[in-house]
Design a protein around this ligand. Structure first.
Ligand code: MN3
Length: 219
């Protein structure tokens, strides 16, 4: 079965941008529920099943229920890693690409916030790169991700579902996105993904499922 990944930081580490209460509910309830629903549809799973393959197969087969559970599991696992309690600035090749594509971090922020504010309903807001290292901001609806789009590697993602921000920001999605962009992105993680997009390294993959051990009758 797929396991709910632990966070790499304390639940209050993202305050004041994301409260401990929001993060607890988001990880312990919302994300956990997607993982549970995924496992209920998949069992028994083999240890070599990748979640990426499950997502792509479900999309191809138009199995919407499985796709939603699998993609929401993946998207949340990715979104925890795309955030850091340490406020960072992009550096190196990624910073250069941001300058080349957007004319600087301030304009990328404007494109990112405008896209997410204008996105109708639930979904995800992504910074992606193609194989040539060209950056773009994309939003996807509901559980949809960038894995089913060829030639795109996600660098960052922000959850646009109301459960991600409503306790802290109520209806002010724009305020949430501005605060998120200034403080939350893990630009080192994004830089690794950016290098992988151009075949320098391997992009992040979801942890493999754990196979339940059969009870030993030995002895
Ligand atoms: Mn969520």
């Amino acid at each position: 079965m797929f396991i709910l990944p632990n966070l790499n930081y304390a639940f209050d580490a993202l305050e004041p941008v994301i409260s401990s209460r929001t993060l607890h509910l988001h990880h312990d309830k919302h994300h956990a529920a997607y993982v549970k629903a995924l496992n209920e549809q998949l069992e028994p799973v083999k240890s070599d099943w990748t979640l990426e393959a499950v997502i792509r197969d479900a999309a191809k087969a138009e199995n919407h229920k499985l796709f939603n559970s699998a993609a929401q599991t993946w998207n949340h696992s990715f979104c925890w890693l795309a955030m850091s309690p340490i406020r960072e600035q992009p550096a190196g090749a990624l910073a250069m690409a941001i300058d080349n594509t957007f004319g600087g971090l301030a304009y990328l922020k404007k494109v990112f916030v405008d896209n997410g504010t204008g996105h109708f309903g639930s979904g995800w807001l992504w910074l992606v790169a193609d194989r040539a290292g060209k950056l773009a901001v994309r939003s996807t609806h509901d559980a949809d991700d960038t894995l089913t789009q060829t030639d795109l590697t996600p660098l960052l993602v922000c959850d646009l579902w109301e459960h991600a921000y409503y306790l802290d920001y109520q209806n002010d999605r724009k305020g949430f996105l501005e605060a998120w962009f200034d403080a939350m992105p893990d630009w080192q993680f994004a830089a690794q993904q950016f290098a992988a997009a151009q075949k320098r390294g391997v992009p992040w993959h979801h942890p493999l499922p754990e196979v339940e051990m059969k009870k030993s009758r030995a002895g």
